[in-house]
Design a protein around this ligand. Sequence first.
Ligand code: TEU
Ligand code: CA
Length: 468
Amino acid sequence: PPRFRPWQECVVYTVWPRSFADGNGDGIGDLAGLTERLDELRWLGVDALWLAPIHPSPNADYGYDVSDHLDVHPDFGTMADFRSLRDELHRRGMRLLLDLVINHTSVRHPWFLDSRSSRTSARRDWYYWRARPNDWESIFGGPAWTRDEVTGEYYLHLFFPEQPDLDWSNPAVRQALAEIARFWLDEGVDGFRFDALTVLKKEEGLPDVAPGEPGGPRPAWSRFLARPGLLDWVRDFAERAGITRDHLTLGEANGIAATDAPAWVGEPQGPLSALLHFELWHIDTTDAQGRPGLDTRAFSDTARSWYRALAPHGALPALYLENHDLPRIVSRWAPPERRAQAAKAFAAATYLQRGLAVLYQGQELGLPNARFTRSSDLRDPLSLRRIAALRAQGQPEAEILAEMNRSARDLSRTPIPWDANRPQAGFSSAEPWQPMDPAHIPLAWRQQREDEGSVLNFYREILARRRR
Ligand code: TEU
Ligand code: CA
């Protein structure tokens, strides 16, 4: 069999810090709470943590709108808390990965404040400014351009208006972002997950999707997804940052095909360790009775094609099923009465393959989607925006709630249950920032750890077998 570097088959655990564990009793998960749980994660078999963004942010997209890349959000703690998390991880032989949001910043980031201040500002060309918008729709819905009063021009945002896109064709932008990566490497992080990596490059000249036709906004993926030349920019950025193949780097890789992946992650030329592709996002099925399942053929074909494309190049696929943008797999792919069996089957079918194992918090408990009984309990701005749009269309509340319970990002972002016998299931001593789902409480870590037949113990066994 081919030989791989040890980290290529390690176990990465994704933390959405706001809902993981609250250390200071304000209802919000934080770095201190996370640090207290490292022994549990080590017991499970985790080798590395990937933290969703921990930096100061106005939270227009819960941390994915960064206003200061070089500090820690006060909700999560201080730089001292960061350093003690780092040290406690390293003491246990575990690694720490940060989520770097490099496609856009917050509107409140000093770079954007400078950029918007005048048409001649020093950082004007760090973002995309135009006198007239094109017809692109943003990934989050609505026009991809917003007019800024200060200069009367429009700026581009592929996500929310609060997330203006950086212009990566500008080497000064790549250099500034590389200096941020370097700062965190100097602080001792072991790698990164690069957010929205495949939309960094826009088609030259930002052409309309439907030139000459009035109207819009229109879906514009073909104008910005995985464009030719993207890899050169990412390589340039990685070189400037001092990122090498000894770091553990994951790229969010919507739109990269398995056959193109060796250039990204293969030895020796690929700038990254592994790609998080989206090919298992859309394999959900329902049977004639409307019961949920998955296309098992698509599941195995995807696994085979990624392994076969990468292994000859000394690289391996990332094996992941869940993240903070997706509903839970047991709810998408199995009827409720098979929850636990299904969770184990998905774990075995996925993590006994060769590759980089990536888990998302709560997956090891076999958590189903959180269930919302009123829309005021949803917190994700994307959900709130969708709820407002559906209300404006006159949709009845019950249907709005039904849609949210199928697809909202909140479904996998609620607080983690640690101990069924403690208030708030041990997540916090205070009222959590978003309610704990009562149906999650009996599935808490402590109770599953004591139950030999639990999903949690099954995950531990699978991860131990991988290592052996
Ligand atoms: O997601 C990028 C991405 O592709 C998402 O738009 C995805 O299609 C969507 O969330 C599905 O609902 C990353 C982060 O994972 C996400 O949490 C951020 O909101 C987004 O980037 C913007 O930074
Ligand atoms: Ca807290």
